[in-house]
Write a protein of this length. Structure first.
Length: 351
């Protein structure tokens, strides 16, 4: 579909705002816009809302969401979905944005690979790290055990109960799941290619305490080959720095070698980039193109911290920036959800 045909498409959906990305920041953007009386359509290439939270670590505990001492990643998404219900956002899931252009009237034409076309007053990019794919274990025959014996994400932690588990990696995901599985697994081994870890020091210390107590093992090595004499996975051979090979029994291999982040088509939209992230201001989190905003991990600015908490703050300020972009003559008032009748009406709070 060309940009000309997209602009002229009679079936275009007219939207106040199109949000690209249905992760936590994209969902909270719906909420902040809704409080200002602005509706949103949400597009995501994944089949369900949640972004990385749902796709990569739905059971991972999160400890830095205000007022929630601990919250599972999927639980956070479920809570956000409940929170935005009053605003009736329209979701377009399993669709990748492939066409984008700014029109002469200042509005935007956006199109997906599925043929859905939008006429949007503003666009918010909340696409996390963009399209992503887990880095594979890289040993012969691994493909036939993916999502069975070899996991790059954990969707059902209960399926690992009482199993022999080997975890590969040295970052936060590897250490978080190591600690989570320590009381659940029949046997647990962590394999990392070097002695230094990229995870939180407190997590590394807890893991080493478990090793000292004999509750798990730690190897400095790389995956070498699978042990699968029949149709099922029975273990993995790992190769240490001195060249020795160790055989580890395993029902499941959890591989956390990180992601291949790619901006995909967004990189071709003509927006100013810095190290594969979209540059934004810190007043309204607008990109180099007026009317296009970016929140969450996909943006960058001085002092940027890639935290969900930071993304929520960005979404709040972006909402006011979007309101001004859509209605430049309208005076802006800061109203509080505790006392504002208008806010109560929009939230469906009974009088």
């Amino acid at each position: 579909m060309s940009l000309d045909s997209l602009t002229a498409a009679p079936g275009r959906i007219k939207a106040d705002v199109v949000i690209v990305g249905a992760g936590p920041c994209g969902l909270f953007q719906v909420f902040e816009l809704g409080l200002l009386g602005i509706g949103a359509h949400v597009i995501d290439s994944l089949a369900a809302p949640g972004g990385q939270c749902t796709e990569l670590y739905p059971d991972k505990p999160i400890y830095d969401i205000p007022a929630l001492p601990v919250c599972g990643a999927q639980e956070l998404i479920d809570r956000l979905m409940q929170q935005i219900k009053p605003f009736n956002p329209q979701f377009h899931l399993g669709q990748e944005v492939v066409q984008f252009s700014r029109r002469e009237d200042g509005r935007f034409s956006v199109g997906t690979a599925a043929g859905t076309c939008f006429d949007a007053g503003a666009v918010v990019i909340a696409a996390g790290v963009g399209s992503f794919q887990a880095r594979r274990i890289g040993v012969e025959g691994a493909e036939r055990f993916e999502d069975n014996g070899i996991l790059y994400r954990v969707k059902d932690v209960g399926a690992l109960e009482g199993k022999r588990v080997v975890v590969f990696g040295g970052g936060d995901s590897a250490l978080d799941w190591t600690l989570e599985l320590a009381p659940r697994a029949r046997s647990l081994t962590l394999v990392h290619r070097r002695p230094e870890f990229r995870a939180a020091p407190a997590s590394v210390a807890k893991m080493k305490d478990l090793c000292a107590a004999g509750r798990m093992r730690l190897f400095e090595a790389l995956p070498h080959s699978l042990i699968a004499p029949a149709a099922s996975l029975e273990g993995v051979n790992i190769k240490a720095a001195d060249g020795t090979v160790h055989a580890l029994e395993a029902d499941h291999l959890l591989v956390f070698f990180g992601l291949h982040p790619k901006l995909g088509p967004i990189a071709e939209w003509g927006l100013e980039l810095e190290k594969k992230a979209l540059k934004v201001d810190t007043e309204k989190f607008q990109t180099s193109l007026p009317g296009v905003f970016a929140v969450g991990d996909i943006n960058t600015y001085p002092g940027k911290k890639k935290l969900i908490l930071s993304g929520f703050h960005e979404a709040a300020l972006a909402a006011f920036g979007i309101q001004h972009h859509l209605y430049p003559q309208k005076r802006q008032f800061l109203q509080y959800t505790t006392t504002s009748p208008i806010m109560h009406q929009r939230l469906g709070v009974p009088d």
